[in-house]
Design a protein around this ligand. Structure first.
Ligand code: FES
Length: 360
């Protein structure tokens, strides 16, 4: 490799592979000194891995999957949690990974991040493996500030399925006055009625009245299924929380497929794209069914991506000129759309000239 880029893949050795539950493994990766800056991360970001698999017709194909970072940024080693999805092309074999194995990963990306400030109250709401980025955030708040407080509301079906149960208990012991952890359990009886059942709008209203209304948290960080995020965001806004204080990340596997009709191009388009300081040009013809990312791939232009579903923001870039339709967007916030950011995996050209940049 001649030069370092945040859009390339790097071979990383697994220092430790630890089963968190029967269905999830935590991989701790060794970051060599020369890549430390490149792999520095902000709490809440994720890593994209790639792996070659054999397709249905016997052909080799590359798959990419993103997993949130769960370690605190103060740690030298970077850890991710990978939960098994039945039939998952990455998550299933990953359960067998061992120390010494080498994986290929792109440097951390994602803008679901929390930059801790002093004397604040932050609230995290997570369901299942949605805890992973929130765990990175809450550790950052506890380690990097002296007085800020973090409240975690964490939903699971049963106590057995709670991820990082011990880690959360240890942190609670270490920071008894600055960390509150509320476990909501949906399929087992619990002693506190408000914590029985899924995290839903009724629960949020009751907790808001009891816990949050007087402390006025400066940020709410939500991670879980799309329906939960929609429900909670709507409720928080109705309770008077400014939209700018509500941040969310949907489960990374959850985007909707784009239909051929949605990505049909209506006129010839010339696309100019800058990535890592290099500018490329390619064309898309009228009638083709291609997003900007797919058209770039077909032209041999390598652009960053992971989910291809509008969820992870790895393909986020700035539209400098021209028009596109953004088919799905589960991650960009209103300010990003207003300032011209798009997702190339969801963008279909709608003008003759398009100029985009990954470098801004
Ligand atoms: S590749 Fe994930 S949003 Fe585009």
């Amino acid at each position: 490799m001649t030069s370092s880029s945040s859009h390339q893949f790097y071979p990383l050795t697994i220092r430790q592979a630890r089963k968190e539950t029967r269905e999830a493994i935590v991989l701790t990766l060794e970051i060599p000194e020369q890549w430390r800056e490149l792999f520095a991360w902000q709490p809440g970001q994720h890593l994209t891995f790639r792996r070659m698999v054999t397709g249905e017709a016997g052909q080799k194909e590359e798959i990419r999957r993103s997993y949130s970072i769960c370690s605190a940024p103060s740690k030298k080693d970077l850890s991710v949690l990978i939960k098994r999805i039945p039939g998952g092309q990455f998550s299933e074999p990953a359960q067998q990974f061992q120390a010494g194995d080498v994986v290929e990963a792109m440097p951390p990306t994602g803008h679901f991040v929390l930059q801790p400030a002093e004397n604040r109250h932050y609230v995290g709401m997570a369901a299942g493996s949605g805890i992973t980025p929130i765990l990175g955030m809450l550790q950052a708040v506890l380690e990097q500030t002296e007085h800020s407080h973090f409240t975690l509301l964490y939903g699971n079906a049963t106590t057995d399925s709670i991820l990082f149960l011990e880690k959360l208990a240890d942190l609670k012991d270490q920071y008894p006055h600055r960390l509150s952890v509320l476990h909501a359990i949906s399929r087992e009886p619990v002693d506190i009625p408000v914590l029985s059942g899924r995290i839903d709008s009724d629960k949020i209203r009751r907790l808001h009245a009891a816990e949050f209304a007087h402390t006025r948290p400066s940020g709410y960080y939500l991670c879980g299924p799309g329906s939960m995020i929609e429900d909670l965001s709507t409720t928080l806004k109705a309770l008077g929380v400014p939209a700018a204080d509500i941040h969310h990340e949907q489960f990374l596997s959850e985007g909707q497929e784009i239909t051929p009709q949605q990505k049909t191009v209506y006129q010839d388009a010339g696309v100019t794209v800058t990535v890592d300081g290099v500018t490329h040009r390619f064309d898309i013809k009228k009638g083709e069914e291609k997003t900007l990312l797919e058209a770039a791939e077909a032209a041999g232009v390598v652009l960053p991506y992971s989910c291809k579903a509008g969820v992870c923001a790895t393909c986020r870039c700035k539209l400098k000129s021209g028009r596109v339709d953004l088919v799905n967007n589960y991650c960009l916030e209103p300010w990003e759309l207003e300032t011209g950011y798009i997702l190339s995996c969801q963008a279909v050209p709608r003008s003759e000239k398009i100029v985009i940049s990954y470098d801004e």
